[in-house]
Design a protein around this ligand. Structure first.
Ligand code: GDP
Length: 206
């Protein structure tokens, strides 16, 4: 997919105020500092569409970007900086869970995982939450330039093992990316293009 236009539309913390258009949308979420802003900028080919920042937890809003006039890329707040929490609902702020539970336009979430780290409890909790809520999702491994190709495969295999141990029947669709090297860009955009094609052919989308 060629990205012809990428425009910022609106930021808010209320799902009912998200754009009221029947366009498919793809949400990007992960722990703070996972490389989400860099990935969004890499995918869209825009250097500063999403704000990259050394300061964790800075972007605390739902940000809608309209791509090519016919789909939305949604940048969600990074999680993982909440203090001790009693439940998943409290760990993931209510407006985020509202977004996943109520946003009809959402067709796929991309959960970003830093390839270098062992599976983190909060990511596994979040993936379980998506599964239980029936939200389709893919995994995007980030920062893969930071380790060798062989290690990338090993870490993906370890992640798969961890998910299977957490009662997943199979590894969800995943992408291996590096924002500094542009790795995975074509594959992620092709995936979105394919899903969009299916949706645009089907008059019944929301
Ligand atoms: P966010 O908080 O998830 O939006 O993360 P950022 O995109 O702001 O990235 C956090 C830090 O990781 C920054 O210092 C980035 O330069 C760095 N970073 C992000 N993606 C990559 C990547 O693919 N490769 C490398 N080497 N560094 C990255």
């Amino acid at each position: 997919m060629k990205i012809n236009t990428a425009e910022f539309i609106i930021s808010n913390s209320d799902v009912s105020k998200c754009p009221n258009e029947p366009l498919p949308e793809y949400a990007f979420i992960g722990r703070s500092n996972v490389g989400k802003s860099s990935l969004i900028n890499m995918l869209t080919g825009r250097n500063s569409l999403a704000k990259t920042s050394g300061k964790p937890g800075k972007t605390q809003l739902i940000n809608h970007f309209k791509i090519n006039g016919n789909w939305y890329l949604v940048d969600l707040p990074g999680y993982g900086y909440a203090r001790v929490s009693k439940s998943t609902k409290e760990t993931f702020q209510k407006f985020i869970t509202d977004y996943f539970e109520r946003r009809e336009q959402l067709v796929c979430a991309f959960v970003l995982i830093d390839i270098r780290l062992e599976a983190q409890k909060i990511d596994l909790e979040f993936i379980t939450y998506l599964g239980e809520s029936g939200v389709p999702f893919c995994i995007i491994f980030t920062k893969t330039d930071k380790i060798s190709r062989g290690k990338v495969d090993q870490h993906v295999a370890a992640y798969r093992k961890q998910l299977l141990a957490n009662n997943w029947e199979e590894m969800p669709q995943y992408f291996v990316t590096s924002s500094t090297e542009g790795t995975g860009r074509e594959k992620v955009l092709e995936f979105i293009d394919g899903v969009n094609d299916g949706i645009f052919k089907n008059q019944g989308f929301i």
